[in-house]
Every structure is written in structure tokens, then in C-alpha cells.
Ligand binder design. Structure first.
Ligand code: LIP
Length: 284
């Protein structure tokens, strides 16, 4: 059967490559850094420029589709996933890395139809790695198939997580307490790369067994979710239920045993859903 969205996915790959070139160029030049919810929640002119490039390119070809983009939502656009074909975009995943020249920065383009993710494109532009996943058709990095690790023993696992940008002491305590519990299982190690999407692609590649994060956003994880799933991995929320893109939490792992073991240790903290009305307080 013909694949109705292959054309859209090929286009997303081309747009992500173009966006990656803009990011690489910006790294060599001056970047204007700004703050969103706090002094550690960064955004740059490049984030905005790259989102604009991606949105205008896709809108030109698919004018009737819907869009959720990190910078558009930060500027007050709604963040709601409807039945309509919807592109979910993070122009620069790993903005703090980008600002510091820490070489893990990704362009993320996810695509959902009837609220189901259809494909995901994650371009790790400093490494020139193009990760793709198409529901039912596998996951790839630069054209090579991806497979998750076969490990089932949590004590033999490498786990990735992040510290996020919320510096409220109670939140930071929960992050450290969860990490401590996971380290002391003990697992082989815990890593922090600074890009949710690249973290998830590392799970899809079999380089790490699990990634979890609380406080994450839908645009950070939508595209990479397809890649993890298509590489044979699983996704869930911190209670072991199905992943809800808007819920601000994710556990991605090579299999259910490892995902559930990680989820068991997570001390969740409240975070406003992505699809909740925004109000006056900026998102973190
Ligand atoms: C970032 C993530 C990172 C996470 C941060 C933030 P951004 O995305 O990829 O892993 O810890 O909270 O969401 O803001 O660079 O697109």
C-alpha cells in the first residue's frame, strides 16, 4: 500500500538538514541570548529564526496543517493536539548546549495525524546524524537501521536523565533524590547530554538502555518517541501508563522491564500540562 505521508517525511528530512546548517553557521557567529521563564531557561535568536524557517517551509507545502512549535507556544500560541495533521517542532533542542558550544544540539520535527504520531525526524546537527522513524517502518540513523539494547538486567544498564531548567529547591531535591535511587540500584552509570531528543535517539541506538525526565515538553520528545518505538523500545509515563505527550514526563527504555524499574524510582513533581491554558506565568 502506498505510504500517504512518505512525501511529508522526506520533506521534513530536507527541512531539518537546512535548519541544522543554519544552527551550525550561527555557532561560528554572534548569538543573541535571552531568557524565558528564568535566567537558566535560555532562548536565542537562532531558536526563533530556525523555527520560522521550518514553519514557513512546511506551511508553504502543507498550508492546511496545524503546528505546535516551541517558540510559537512560548510566544503565546496554543499548544493543543487535535485530529488535524499536526507538526510538532523543536527548532533547537539543547539550547543551553548551543549557547555553550557543547556539541549536542538537535532539530526535531514530529508529525501526528488523528493524535497518533506518524513519523519523527531528529537531526543532531553538530554530529551530522539524521535520525528518522516512521510508524510501522523502522528507525534509522543516516540510513542504517536502529535497534535498542537487549539488556534486561537493570544493574547492567546505562541510564540518561537531565536536570531541566526548574531551580525551585523542592524540584531540584526530587530530581537528585530520583537520580540517587537509580544510581544506587546500582546501574552502570547515569549520563546527561542536554538534549532530550538526542538522549532518546541514544536509547534507540542501543548506546543507553533508558532515559527519563520530568518537566519535559511535547516538542522535546514527540519526534524522538517514534524513533525509540520503531527501534523496538517502549515509552511510558512515570506511573507506568501510556506516554501522554502533553504530560511533561517521559520514560523511554529498551524494554518494559527496564522502563518499569526506572518509573518505580521516579519522584514526580507537579508541572503544568503543555496543553493547559497558559495564563500569565511563563512556562519552564
Ligand atoms: C531542553 C531539553 C533538555 C531538558 C530541558 C529542555 P530545549 O530543551 O532537551 O533535555 O532538560 O529542560 O527542555 O529547551 O533546549 O529545546
Amino acid at each position: 500500500m502506498a505510504d500517504p505521508w512518505q512525501n511529508a517525511m522526506d520533506y521534513a528530512v530536507a527541512v531539518a538538514r537546512k535548519a541544522g546548517a543554519v544552527i551550525r553557521h550561527a555557532l561560528q557567529n554572534d548569538m543573541m541570548i535571552m531568557c524565558k521563564s528564568s535566567s537558566v531557561d535560555l532562548v536565542t535568536k537562532t531558536d526563533q529564526k530556525v523555527e520560522e524557517l521550518i514553519l514557513s517551509s512546511i506551511k508553504e507545502k502543507f498550508p492546511t496543517h496545524s503546528f505546535i512549535g516551541e517558540e510559537s507556544v512560548s510566544a503565546g500560541q496554543p499548544c493543543v493536539l487535535t485530529e488535524s495533521p499536526t507538526w510538532i517542532i523543536d527548532p533547537v533542542d539543547g539550547t543551553t548546549n548551543f549557547v555553550h558550544g557543547f556539541p549536542f544540539v538537535a532539530v526535531c520535527i514530529g508529525f501526528a495525524v488523528s493524535k497518533e504520531l506518524v513519523f519523527g525526524v531528529v537531526y543532531s546537527c553538530m554530529e551530522d546524524k539524521m535520525y528518522t522513524g516512521r510508524t510501522g517502518k523502522g528507525a534509522f540513523c543516516n540510513g542504517e537501521p536502529l535497534h535498542v539494547s537487549k539488556q534486561t538486567d537493570i544493574r547492567q544498564c546505562l541510564v540518561i536523565s537531565e536536570f531541566g531548567s526548574n531551580r525551585e529547591p523542592q524540584v531540584v531535591s526530587k530530581i537528585f533524590s530520583t537520580m540517587k535511587k537509580i544510581l544506587c540500584i546500582p546501574v552502570h552509570g547515569v549520563r546527561s547530554i542536554g538534549s532530550a531528543a538526542i538522549n532518546m535517539c541514544l536509547v534507540a541506538s542501543g548506546s543507553a538502555e533508558a532515559y527519563y525526565e520530568m518537566g519535559i515538553h511535547c516538542w522535546d520528545i514527540a519526534a524522538a518517541s517514534v524513533i525509540v518505538k520503531e527501534a523496538g523500545g517502549v515509552l511510558m509515563d512515570a506511573e507506568g501508563g501510556p506516554l501522554d505527550l502533553m504530560s511533561r514526563q517521559v520514560v523511554a527504555a529498551n524494554n518494559r522491564t527496564i522502563a518499569e524499574r526506572i518509573a518505580k524510582e521516579i519522584e514526580a513533581f507537579p508541572a503544568k500540562r503543555d496543553d493547559a491554558p497558559q495564563g500569565d506565568t511563563p512556562r519552564n
